[in-house]
Design a protein around this ligand. Structure first.
Ligand SMILES: O=P(O)(O)OC[C@@]1(O)O[C@H](CO)[C@@H](O)[C@@H]1O
Ligand SMILES: [Mg+2]
Ligand SMILES: [Mg+2]
Length: 283
C-alpha cells in the first residue's frame, strides 16, 4: 500500500499545472475579467476562479469517481462544506484572487487531499513563478523537485513574519489585526511581509524565506495543502489561540520552530470567525 495515493498526487500535480496555464492565459487575455464579490465587497471572485475549479473537479471525477470535494467556488455556489473520512480533494482554484485581478504576481492553485481527516498530500502551484510545491505525508516537501527545509532561526527578533489583512473590514476586526501587527512589529522583528495568498505564504515558511506566517479568517481550502508542505519541511502548525492547528477554525500559525510559533501566539490578538464546519451554505 506504499503508493496508495501516488496516482492521485500525480494527477493533482498535472491538474494544478494545467490550471496554472489557464490562469496565465487569462492574464494575457486583453478582455477585462468580470469581477464579482462574495462575503464582502473586497472578497473577490472571477470567472477564471470558477472555470479553474470546474476543470480540476471534472478531471478528478473522471479518474477518481468515488472521491469527495471541498472546493472554494463550489461551496460559494451552495455545495456543503463537509470534511468526512472519505478521500477528499480540498481545492482553492486561485488563492490570491485579489492579486489576480490586479496582476500582483503571487497567484497559487492549491490542492490538498485528505483521508480520515488527515492530509495525505498537498500541491501548491505558484503559477507566475512556475514553482510547483508538493508534499506527501511522511515523505518530505519539495519545490520543483528540490527538498524544502524550514529556517533554523530560533530568535523571533531575527525573523521575518508573513501576515495578511484579510477581507473583513469592520472596525473591530481591523483594530484587532492592527493590534497584532503593531505588537509583532515592535518585538521587534526584522520585517513583516505578505504575498496576498495563504498558500504561498505557507510555502515561503516551508522554503525558509520567512520564519512564520499567521492569519485569522482563512478557510480550509487556503491552508489544507500548505499545512502539509510546512509540516513536511520540518515546520510547526498551531491555532492562533496556541492550541493545536485545526483546519476548520479559520486561524493558523505556521512556523519553522515551536519556539517561534509560541512566541508569535503571545502577540496575536486572536478572535473567532465562524468556523468552516459551522458556516451556512453560500458563505
Ligand atoms: O479568495 P482567495 O484569493 O482564494 O483567498 C483568500 C486569501 O487570498 O486572502 C488572504 C489575504 O487576506 C489570503 O491569505 C488568503 O489566502
Ligand atoms: Mg484562497
Ligand atoms: Mg480562491
Amino acid at each position: 500500500m506504499a503508493d496508495l495515493w501516488q496516482n492521485a498526487m500525480d494527477h493533482a500535480v498535472s491538474a494544478a499545472r494545467h490550471a496554472g496555464e489557464v490562469v496565465r492565459e487569462a492574464l494575457r487575455d486583453d478582455r477585462k475579467q468580470t469581477v464579482m464579490t462574495k462575503s464582502s465587497s473586497v472578497d473577490l471572485v472571477t470567472q477564471t476562479d470558477q472555470k479553474v475549479e470546474k476543470l480540476i473537479i471534472q478531471s478528478v471525477k473522471e479518474k477518481f469517481p468515488t472521491h469527495s470535494f471541498i472546493g472554494e467556488e463550489s461551496v460559494s455556489a451552495g455545495e456543503p462544506l463537509l470534511l468526512t473520512d472519505a478521500p477528499t480533494w480540498i481545492i482553492d482554484p486561485i488563492d490570491g484572487t485579489t492579486n489576480f485581478v490586479h496582476t500582483f504576481p503571487f497567484i497559487a492553485v492549491s490542492i490538498g487531499f485528505s483521508v480520515n481527516k488527515q492530509m495525505e498530500f498537498g500541491v501548491v502551484y505558484s503559477c507566475l513563478e512556475d514553482k510547483m510545491y508538493t508534499a506527501r505525508r511522511g515523505r518530505g516537501a519539495f519545490c520543483n523537485g528540490e527538498p524544502l527545509q524550514v529556517s533554523h532561526q530560533e530568535d523571533i527578533n531575527q525573523s521575518i513574519i508573513a501576515a495578511e489583512f484579510g477581507s473583513t473590514r469592520d472596525a473591530e476586526t481591523v483594530d484587532k489585526i492592527f493590534i497584532s501587527l503593531r505588537r509583532v512589529l515592535s518585538l521587534p522583528v526584522h520585517g513583516i511581509r505578505g504575498a496576498g495568498t495563504a498558500a504561498i505564504n505557507m510555502c515561503l515558511v516551508a522554503s525558509g524565506c520567512v520564519e512564520a506566517y499567521y492569519e485569522i479568517g482563512i478557510h480550509v481550502w487556503d491552508v489544507a495543502a500548505g499545512s502539509l508542505i510546512v509540516s513536511e519541511a520540518g515546520g510547526v502548525l498551531l491555532d492562533t489561540d496556541g492550541g493545536p492547528a485545526d483546519l476548520m477554525s479559520r486561524r493558523i500559525v505556521a512556523a519553522n520552530r515551536r519556539i517561534i510559533a509560541e512566541r508569535l501566539v503571545k502577540e496575536i490578538e486572536t478572535f473567532s470567525p465562524i468556523r468552516d464546519d459551522a458556516a451556512p451554505a453560500n458563505q
